[in-house]
Design a protein around this ligand. Sequence first.
Ligand code: NAI
Ligand code: MG
Length: 372
Amino acid sequence: MSKYKIAWLPGDGIGIEVLEAAKIVLNKLNLDAEYIHGDIGWEFWCKEGDAFPQRTIDLLNNVNAAMFGAITSKPVKTAEAELVPELKGTGLIYRSPIVRMRQLFNLYICLRPCKAYPGNPLNFKENIDIVVFRENTEDLYCGVEFNPVPQELADVLTKLSKPFATFSKMPLDEYAVSTKINTKKGSEKIIRAAFDFARKFNRKKVTVVHKANVVRATDGLFLDIAKEVAKDYPEIQMDDANIDAMTMWLLKNPFNYDVLVAPNLYGDIISDLIAQMVGGLGFGCSGNISEKLAVFEPSHGSAPKYSGMYKVNPIATILAAKMMLDWLGEKEMGDRLEKATAEVIAEGKIRTYDMGGSNKTLEIAEAIAEKL
Ligand code: NAI
Ligand code: MG
């Protein structure tokens, strides 16, 4: 029996190609693992009306970790689904399987390390090394949304929000409501995860990203909890910034930042911004993590326009595989994989189109594997 069971979830489009690349390097490392394929994505939505079938959920309940490629998400509303030939008449509403997976398995940490590898022509500046901790199950992504708004909700909102309710006399289909729900427990868990990481890896500072001056209830709660948690980590400096100012400061002086922690939406935004500063979507790697299960993925999507061409950059996914090795406790293997990847980037001989080269996806993986 293998030491590890890994669920292997390629999904759609280039997700399939970048996972193939990741398999090349993991095989070369001889990780003692059994890789078990799981169905996920658009194809299963069309065939079965479920992009994340129960058998894949069962599989995730029985593995140590998972690698996930990307999925294609299309219509969100029934009306739009009616325009898709495969879905006509089903009345189904598409829900993103990855958002569902994060909530179902309580993968509350979204960990996104953003490191500028020397010699990457896409680096905004050399030596950027920022780690983002994004809360992954709550906030505006909690899925409690209304369009049109039910009368009971409209009545409560009108009653409670007077005299600010600009919507109060409007017809129910003239506005929509998405709720931002942040719990004390959920906020504390992600903030502690960020501080624990800073302590373990000798990072000096944790910056809390929010908009507490305007979004007082939820972001105010997040910031208050951060101030409390920070007291348990006296050796680590804590500061905070509003999300809007943060985007500006990050561009102006990325070296002021070390570890960032944010509620779901701000974390999503800020991690894309920083990923672009260290090379773009071909370099953005991501881990969806709980104590029991972790699912690693590139942050990019299925890039339909490149699907089947084997030309996209697999480095984001290979770095996600490195994160998986670290999480499994195979740190030596993880370090070797990162070093080999950094060497291929620095040498600059084998590069995909985004880095100005013409090599194919699997050639990058083979070049990295050769250095292992
Ligand atoms: P995308 O991330 O798939 O691609 C946007 C563009 O970024 C591509 O056209 C390409 O130019 C570039 N790109 C992406 N990955 C790259 C790589 N590895 N190397 C080089 N260049 C790369 O975003 P898009 O086109 O907005 O979405 C396509 C589909 O993916 C949609 O259905 C969307 O909902 C879904 N999506 C899925 C995600 C996931 O599975 N976690 C995340 C983001 C989008
Ligand atoms: Mg995103």
